[in-house]
Design a protein around this ligand. Structure first.
Ligand code: FPP
Length: 227
């Protein structure tokens, strides 16, 4: 039986370089990147295998960027959710998040809740945006909660405390933009993920390339530690 691409997680890298190559400001790359988010999410919602698409939209490290870029990303995200809620509903896509939202503005948090609530019946796909997300932080928080509760610390009890656990293990972990690192993204859930790296910058990424990655994934031999 071939592998099932149930959960795909993507590190969307290369927006800044895409803009730089065209003599544009970095924010133009993010703008174009948001359009690709829409295209890939719509494609995934129609795909027979994909149930969960987790996208790294803002890491705990991204606050280090210039304030102007951070502010732009926040505005882009809010406008995107506002504008795209109808698309989520049309494509029967549920919107969810992982990460610590407490640092975001009340207006953005309100929009996140609105979109989450409006799309909660979506059954074709769950799109999870990782926002102010960092895997080590998530694991540390889970460990803290477990210590406070008391009881045995096992893989199962620790996993049950993880925010990302409800979306299940990652099958394909993809990074665009040419770098080959995980950048603190879904470390626990990717324990047995198949890793893919492409040189393509996120604004140039297409459903065709995603399909060819799924194709390669199907031909890989997954052993999960067995032989
Ligand atoms: C990495 O590119 C991308 C980000 C840090 C942000 C991801 C944001 C988007 C794809 C657009 C907005 C998302 C949504 C959901 C509306 P980079 O800036 O690190 O690129 P570089 O490595 O070429 O500089």
């Amino acid at each position: 039986m071939s592998n099932i691409a149930r959960h795909i997680a993507i590190i969307m890298d290369g927006n800044g370089r895409w803009a730089g190559e065209r003599g544009l400001k970095r924010i133009k790359g993010h703008e174009r990147g948001a359009e690709v988010v829409r295209t890939i999410t719509t494609y995934a919602s129609r795909h027979p295998e994909i149930e969960v698409l987790t996208l790294y939209a803002f890491s705990t490290e991204n606050w280090k960027r210039p304030k102007m870029e951070v502010d732009f990303l926040m505005r882009l995200l809010k406008n995107y959710l506002q504008k795209e809620t109808a698309t989520y509903i049309k494509n029967e896509t549920r919107f969810e998040t992982i990460g610590d939202l407490s640092r975001f503005s009340p207006a953005l948090r309100e929009q996140i809740e609105k979109t989450r609530e409006a799309t909660r019946h979506g059954e074709k796909l769950t799109q999870v945006l990782a926002l102010n997300y960092g895997s080590q932080d998530e694991i540390a928080r889970a460990a803290r909660q477990l210590c406070e509760k008391g009881g045995a610390v096992t893989v199962d009890t620790l996993e049950a405390q993880l925010e990302s656990a409800r979306f299940g293990p990652v099958d394909i972990l993809l990074r665009t933009g040419g770098e080959q690192r995980l950048s603190n993204f879904l470390l626990w859930q990717s324990a047995y993920a198949e890793l893919f790296f492409t040189q393509t910058l996120w604004p140039d990424f297409t459903p065709e390339e995603l399909e060819s990655i799924i194709d390669r994934f199907k031909r890989r031999h997954r052993r999960f530690g067995g032989i």
